[in-house]
Design a protein around this ligand. Structure first.
Ligand code: ACO
Ligand code: KIV
Length: 521
């Protein structure tokens, strides 16, 4: 099947066969409700999936009902029901898909020696007879019959060719050669498709299909190799969910074909902008979270934290992104601020947040940002805001905190050892208190004797989590003047000391007469 591209060069169409609702549901814990299946089927249809494998109708009444309902509501896609090479399975699958606009029966039987000997307990000739009888039965029910050779990749090529020839002769229109146990390498899989297509005399009467599993992490690579070997249908699932390590991920195949159209001259009918939505829906329905670094749909797929990458992204997104986030339905790239970020990203984020800092202010804030990022897993905008505001506010302070250590716990009294820089003199003091905050404030009072009264002391977390920054507010009053100062730090006691000192600095800058001036002398 060939279609023309906009540029006029012919590209082969690769059919996308989605089996999220059948093989995807087979992985332990991924069972979906009827409503969830209907919602997924509607989305797959709207997204442009060519064939939706809706379930295995003989498996249960629930599966039968889901396949029947999906068959009656899907508007464009072919709806397939799976059936073993057993008459009852095929009749049930035929019944389930009968109201589909485009119904398909997908029947399969094992072909590898290990499966024939141990699972089927049949000879090769007996299985050929089973293929002939069951494909013929399916063909009597629907025109579109897919036949699969279970464990094809561990089957001898001679016997596989005999099976495929028999299936096509009896009426199979699609031949699927699955790598059922995820054992093949891309070269082997490509070669298998080439050999079977070359050696089977009637191979041109069927579309060949690849169905891969990810036991060795090769499912997508094998699917692409199969296409190179002549397959024009690929069987895959949203988020790559499926039996054991999963199936080939639909979104990865689609985006590989789209992004590397220079070396993969194919097209799919998928509206890629819906991939992220489909991923979220499948994850919610199955309760299988998508790993953060999952290709295409993982939450880090379009996120950058390292400074060199962020710098490149700011200059030109193509430096570190091979596809746009919009192309897969993600609204924008995110530059995550963290310990690996650099100045360019920090300055850019501050600009977006409305700050216009001088070079010196920026440098100071950047140093403090790196210190914070070393201590904190996530640095949010609110953290940066708190840090920069504090930095600007502290620029002209006469009293600065150099260090603070606290002894706290059940065996009081609590003790604070504090070092301050007052103008250009460094002074140290150790004080006890009724709790670590009291000890801290006592140390300040000892180092900067004053008569200001503490009117308010309040603590709240800037963001969520146990490593959140504490934002402390302190209000002091002296000589009829009242000032409030805020400070943030992951350490509540450091934030408390900074806020208290901030208030003292403000009082001093308003000209309040504090003994601090004497202490600094
Ligand atoms: C590679 C794949 O993904 S194949 C699809 C796998 N999916 C599933 O199995 C999910 C749904 N399965 C089920 O609900 C059940 O297994 C059923 C309803 C299909 C069958 O249940 P049971 O009749 O209890 O059989 P059970 O599951 O214990 O064993 C499977 C039987 O099917 C036979 N069988 C397996 N595959 C095939 C096949 N393709 N064609 C014919 N028979 C087959 C096995 O040899 C075994 O037969 P036996 O009982 O005569 O030894
Ligand atoms: C039923 C077949 C197609 C299958 O799921 C497999 O072989 O993995």
């Amino acid at each position: 099947m060939t279609i023309s591209t906009k540029a006029g060069s012919p590209r082969d169409r690769v059919l996308i066969f989605d089996t999220t609702l059948r093989d995807g549901e087979q992985c332990p814990g991924a069972t979906m409700t009827l409503e969830e299946k209907l919602e997924i089927a509607d989305l797959l249809d709207a997204m442009g999936v060519d064939i939706i494998e809706a379930g295995f109708p003989i498996a249960s009444n629930g599966d039968f009902e889901a396949v029947s309902l999906i068959a009656s509501r899907v508007k464009n896609a072919t709806v397939a029901g799976l059936a073993r090479a057993i008459s009852g399975d095929i009749a049930r699958a035929g019944e389930a898909v009968r109201h589909a606009v485009r119904p398909r029966i997908h029947t399969f039987v094992s072909t590898s020696p290990i499966h024939l000997a141990h699972q089927m307990r049949k000879t090769e000739d007996e299985v050929i007879e089973i293929i002939t009888a069951t494909v013929a039965q399916a063909r009597n029910l629907v025109e579109d019959v897919e036949w699969s050779a279970m464990d094809a990749t561990r089957t001898s090529i001679d016997y596989l060719c005999r099976c495929v020839e028999a299936a096509i002769k009896t009426g199979a229109t699609t031949i699927n050669l699955p790598d059922t146990v995820g054992y093949a390498t891309p070269d082997e899989y490509r070669h298998m498709f080439r050999s079977v297509r070359e050696r089977v005399p009637n191979s041109d009467k069927a579309i060949f299909s690849a169905h891969t599993h990810d036991d060795l992490g090769l499912a997508v690579a094998n699917s692409l190799a199969a296409i190179d070997g002549g397959a024009r249908q690929v069987e895959c699932t949203i988020n790559g969910i499926g039996e054991r390590a999963g199936n080939a991920a639909l979104e990865e195949i689609v985006m590989a074909i789209r992004t590397r159209s220079d070396v993969l001259p194919y097209e799919t009918g998928i509206n890629a902008a819906m991939l992220t939505r489909a991923s979220k829906l499948a994850a919610a329905a199955t309760s299988f979270p998508v790993q953060y670094n999952k290709a295409i749909v993982g939450r880090n797929a379009f996120a950058h934290e390292s400074g060199i990458h962020q710098d490149g992204m700011i200059k030109n997104a193509q430096t570190y992104e091979i596809m746009t986030p919009e192309s897969v339905g993600v609204s924008k790239t995110s530059l995550v601020m963290g310990k690996h970020s650099g100045r360019n990203a920090f300055r850019t984020r501050l600009g977006e947040m409305g700050y216009d800092l001088s070079d010196n202010q920026l440098e100071d804030a950047f140093v403090r940002f790196k210190e914070l990022a070393d201590r904190k897993k996530h640095v949010y905008d609110e953290d940066i805001e708190a840090l920069v505001d504090q930095n600007i506010a502290m620029a002209h302070d006469r009293i600065k905190l150099v260090s603070l250590s606290i002894v706290a716990g059940t065996r009081g009294p609590q003790r604070a050892t504090m070092k301050l820089q007052i103008d250009d003199k460094v002074v140290t003091e150790e004080q006890e208190g009724n709790g670590p905050v009291d000890a801290t404030f006592n140390a300040i009072k000892a180092l900067v004797p004053h008569e200001a009264v503490l009117e308010l002391y309040q603590v709240h977390a800037v963001t969520e989590g146990t490593d959140a920054q504490a934002e402390v507010s302190v209000r002091l009053s002296a000589n009829d003047r009242s000032v409030t100062s805020r400070a943030a730090d992951p350490d509540t006691l450091v934030a408390s000391a900074q806020a208290y000192l901030g208030a003292l600095n403000k009082l001093m800058s308003y000209g309040a007469r504090l003994h601090a001036q004497h202490a600094a002398e």
